[in-house]
Design a protein around this ligand. Structure first.
Ligand code: HEM
Length: 287
């Protein structure tokens, strides 16, 4: 029996719908955190991309450099090995898929599966094969700092005040882990549902300093929820606050602005041929 002609053998169908489904199938996990790996996949997509520096066009999701030391060991990336390991079987099942595309698509699928907006995403990132291209440490935000720091970090990536607030709304999802960041607790009562609850809580709750030996964080009246100093900065800063109020009262607007800003984050630094529309065509969502 003869095999298929070589040309046909090599023609791999790049089925991103199947990749999306494989990622979606990994999310639910009763034994992990609040029952989903979704939040940590969103954090992985963000930290892979948030190393971008617009001035030098360095860092960003292209390259998937976070697989390598020193980037994998940066304090800001503590805990993300859980997310990278989770995605390994998807990489094994679809060997043609790059890690850089996988880590960004993981965040996109997670947001969508947790009830968030459709995020425009496009394949085409390539992988570096060593840590030589890792950006320097310190490009991700430090939660203990203030609005000036937030602007320094996010303006460097090419974001404006409105986009900073929209992106921060991802903290509707997930929680802090004492052994990763030193902080504890989730931001919202529904940490596996993408919503504007982060903003309604920032607006409506009375936040006070948590009395404990850990780093400064804020707690609500139930003492079950938290805000980081950088989260509080969004309601204290007079330019950020109007966006918090807007997203608290208009979830649709938040979803629309988040989708645009998150898509831009994942696209930052990705080389596209001239005239190619970035992140224009989003493959059909997994069935
Ligand atoms: C978790 C800081 C922006 C998505 C965390 C944690 C910290 C943090 C300290 C806890 C990590 C842990 O202990 O496991 C910050 C700071 C930001 C920021 C200072 C500056 C504005 C963002 C953005 C996104 C995001 C832009 C996505 C668009 C998440 C998610 C989690 C998280 C989903 C939960 C992860 C989990 O449950 O394991 N962030 N973050 N964050 N962050 Fe942020």
């Amino acid at each position: 029996v003869f095999g298929a002609p070589p040309a046909q053998k090599e023609a791999v169908k790049r089925d991103y719908g199947a990749v999306r489904k494989a990622i979606a199938d990994l999310l639910e996990a009763d034994e992990y955190d609040d029952g989903s790996f979704g939040p940590i996949l969103v954090r992985l997509a963000w930290h892979s991309s948030g190393s971008y520096d617009k001035a030098t066009n360095s860092g960003g999701s292209n390259g998937a450099t976070m697989r390598f030391s020193p980037e994998s060991d940066y304090e800001a990336n503590a805990g993300l090995k859980v997310a990278r390991d989770l995605l390994e079987p998807v990489k094994a099942k679809f060997p043609w898929l790059t890690y850089a595309d996988l880590y960004t698509l993981g965040g996109v699928v997670a947001v969508e599966e947790m009830g968030g907006p459709t995020i425009p995403w496009k394949e085409g990132r390539s992988d570096m094969d060593s840590g030589n291209a890792c950006g320097p440490d310190g490009r991700l935000p430090d939660a203990s700092l203030d609005q000036k720091h937030l602007r320094d970090i996010f303006y460097r990536m090419g974001f404006n005040d409105q986009e900073i607030v929209a992106l921060s709304g991802a903290h509707a999802l997930g929680r802090c882990h004492a052994d990763r960041s030193g902080y504890v607790n989730p931001w919202t009562f529904a940490p596996t549902t993408f919503s504007n609850q982060y903003f309604t809580l920032l607006r409506d709750e009375k936040w006070s300093k948590k009395k404990w030996k850990g780093p400064l964080q804020y707690e609500d009246s139930s003492k079950q929820l938290m805000m980081l100093p950088t989260d509080m900065a969004l309601i204290w800063d007079k330019k950020f606050k109007p966006y918090v109020m807007e997203y608290a009262s208009d979830e649709e607007k938040f979803f629309k602005d988040f989708a645009a800003a998150f898509s831009k984050l994942l696209e930052n630094g990705v080389p596209r041929t001239q005239g190619e529309a970035p992140a224009a065509a989003s493959p059909a969502p997994a069935a």
